[in-house]
Design a protein around this ligand. Structure first.
Ligand code: SF4
Ligand code: SF4
Length: 395
């Protein structure tokens, strides 16, 4: 049997020294959890109800998400690392004072950085080397993930006392509010776990209930523009703007478009209304590269975006994975919601775009903004249209 399987847990001052060394790499939170299997009942119910939409890759890994030893055989501990990504005070002021969507479309805060998967990864690599050196283990004795693997970072984070799962389904820290990127290192090294926020509740139920420290608050549930939070801690991805504007590669259901408002990429509504953000402060950006200037792009600029400009502006950001077609689709929806008739020429041009996805959303938006004149303005595009999904937008 591997000697690690029988070794005594790292504890006391040695454990604190490991924590200090990991924090020194630029992480804002380092806490330890046991790798014991979780109940996973809530997650399985979520999949069974189809709330994961078409994210089948998530469903395929449901068993692994509940049991770390299926990801790394012999895993005994999970090191949970958090990076504070709250925006600058200047950004927060700008968001609070935002004007019409015509001037500035709204972006989820996480997108206003270079892709965090890429910038946090070197920190995780360094954390692995610390583990090797400090605990005398091999590179095969741990695995790390940041939102990219079959690991339920939020579950382990709650177990380690990083925070609690809010009614918005997110991990909420008393110190950093809703603004933590979470990573996890699964390891065969046994480390004495940190306590969850409410050990009594966690022990009694196995899975910690959502909303542990929410009290009577229901702000996120009420504020969600598309009523996607269907029960405490349960978000129906099919109704969620984050899913629809980022993960969904097809058409955005017509019934949800108005709720998207000015959100061109992701949605922070259920995060930003949460009172637990009151203690959050600007992130140190040691493992992040801010791209807050993206908020200065006007909606008109987005609608006129060329492939070359898209590649240059969104280089190294998560937005590039959406591709120009996805961004144009979203920008059309935001334009349709803006009430700004001066955007109609851009939309009429996009109604003749090479991709039916873009054409369909451009037609929807142009018809909303141009009213009775839409028929005349879109006549040429309609005469040339052969795609059934686009033609349906004319009806
Ligand atoms: S991200 Fe937006 S749409 Fe999704 S649940 Fe939160 S508030 Fe609702
Ligand atoms: S907004 Fe209120 S209900 Fe929602 S997660 Fe925050 S504290 Fe909980």
């Amino acid at each position: 049997m591997n000697a690690l399987a029988q070794s005594a847990p790292l504890a006391g001052e040695r454990r604190e020294e490991l924590r200090r060394r990991l924090l020194a790499l630029g992480f804002d939170v380092v806490r330890f959890a046991s790798a014991a299997p979780a109940g996973g009942a809530a997650l399985r119910a979520w999949f069974a109800a189809g709330m994961h939409a078409d994210m089948a890759w998530m469903e395929r890994t449901v068993e692994k998400r509940g049991d770390a030893s299926l990801v790394l055989e012999g895993a005994r501990s999970v090191i949970v690392l958090g990076v504070n990504y709250r925006g600058s005070d200047a950004l927060e002021t700008r968001i609070e004072n935002r004007k019409s969507p015509t001037e500035n479309a709204t972006w989820a805060r996480y997108a206003l950085h270079e892709d965090y998967h890429d910038t946090i990864k070197p920190g995780l690599g360094a954390a692995g080397r610390v583990l090797e050196e400090f605990c005398g283990v091999a590179a095969t004795d741990y695995r790390y993930y940041t939102d990219t693997g079959p690991v339920l970072e939020r579950g382990f984070a709650a177990r380690a006392g990083v925070g609690f799962r809010g009614k918005n389904g997110l991990l909420i820290s008393r110190e950093f509010g809703n603004w933590l990127f979470l990573s996890a290192i699964l390891t065969r090294v046994a480390i004495e776990p940190d306590a969850p926020l409410r050990p009594d509740v966690a022990r009694a139920s196995g899975d910690e209930p959502a909303g542990l420290l929410c009290g009577k608050c229901t702000r996120c549930v009420e504020a969600c523009p598309t009523a996607a939070i269907v029960a405490p801690g349960v978000v129906d991805a099919r109704r969620c703007i984050s899913y629809q504007t980022i993960e969904n590669k097809g058409a955005i259901p017509r019934g949800l478009r108005a709720g998207i408002g000015a959100r061109v990429y992701g949605c922070d509504v259920c995060l930003e209304v949460c009172p637990w953000n009151r203690f959050a402060r600007e992130g140190r950006k040691t493992l992040l590269v801010a791209r807050e200037e993206l908020t200065e792009l006007t909606l008109r600029e987005l609608l006129e975006m060329t492939p070359e400009r898209f590649a240059a502006v969104f280089r190294r950001t998560a937005v590039k994975r959406l591709k120009l077609s996805g961004l144009l689709r979203n920008a059309c929806v935001v334009a349709g919601n803006s009430g700004d008739g001066s955007l109609v020429p851009q939309l009429v041009k996009l109604a003749a775009h090479e991709l039916p996805l873009v054409r369909a959303h451009a037609v929807w938006a142009a018809r909303k903004l141009a009213g009775e004149q839409a028929g005349e303005l879109l006549a040429a595009a309609r005469a040339a249209e052969a795609d059934a999904t686009v033609l349906a937008e004319y009806e």
